[in-house]
Design a protein. Structure first.
Length: 256
């Protein structure tokens, strides 16, 4: 059982690192490409800073891979602590999120060849290229918000199991449930056209930073795995006691 607890501790540490690294890298990547894409003359800015834009976009692939890794790493724990359906749901929505983030990165990278054509094009064609660039920007925002919606659903499942199984303090789990409910609702509103300026992502983002550090330092609550430990130690619990019960019943029948 000690080996299993060590494995859980390692999983917690890796998941915590993924949380913190994904948050830091995602914010850093956003800081690289957003000033380029948010300027008044977008395509000229992209042409002048195409390498910086490509680096920022590529960095976003790291959190996307981390999101898929979250689902894989947490699958056996969620399955053991609650149910296989919850585990599959969490893994599935994490993969959906990773796919949408990859699509978002594609929309960002498509700005680079578009900017090259913009510099070579004559005046009549520049308006069409600018319009296409705007479509790519909108496509990036839709992909991002749909991906964040998938994160919201996946993390609600995760925090629900955290709360029920007491893998982390219940107050922390409640914070996550509230934060990701806000993220999910805000992402839906963004897709519907409301500009929330990512304010809805703040509670969930702060939770990810906190839970990441918590899992690195403390890991999961060991008492959440106590029932498995007791079952393993007595050879299955019920299976050990059944022969004794059967012997007592047989002895009683003989007396009769």
């Amino acid at each position: 059982m000690t080996e299993k607890m060590n494995a859980y501790r390692t999983t917690a540490r890796v998941v915590g690192i993924l949380y913190v690294a994904g948050l830091v890298v995602g914010i850093g990547a956003f800081a690289l490409f957003q000033p380029i894409l948010g300027g008044p003359d977008r395509l000229s800015a992209v042409s002048a800073s195409s390498m910086l834009l490509a680096i920022g976009a590529a960095l976003w692939l790291m959190p996307a891979a981390g999101d898929a890794a979250h689902g894989i790493l947490m699958f056996p724990i969620l399955k053991q602590q609650h149910s296989e359906r919850i585990a599959i749901g969490y893994l599935g929505f994490r993969i959906v999120n990773a796919v949408f983030i990859a699509v978002m990165v594609l929309f960002i990278l498509l700005q680079i060849p578009l900017a090259s054509e913009y510099l070579r094009a004559g005046s009549p064609d520049t308006a069409n290229l600018q319009a296409l660039s705007t479509v790519f920007v909108e496509g990036r925002l839709y992909a991002y918000n749909l991906g964040m919606g998938a994160v919201g659903i996946a993390s609600l499942l995760l925090c629900y199991v955290f709360y029920k199984a007491k893998l982390v303090p219940r107050l922390v789990a409640v914070w996550g449930l509230i934060g990701y409910a806000i993220l999910l609702c805000g992402s839906v509103l963004e897709v519907l056209g409301f500009a929330l300026l990512d304010i809805h992502a703040i509670p969930g983002g702060l939770w990810e930073l906190f839970i990441g550090v918590w899992l690195i330092v403390k890991g999961f609550n060991p008492s959440a795995f106590a029932s498995e430990s007791a079952t393993s130690d007595d050879g299955g619990g019920i299976g050990v006691r059944q022969p004794a019960v059967a012997s007592q019943q047989e002895a009683g029948n003989r007396r009769r």
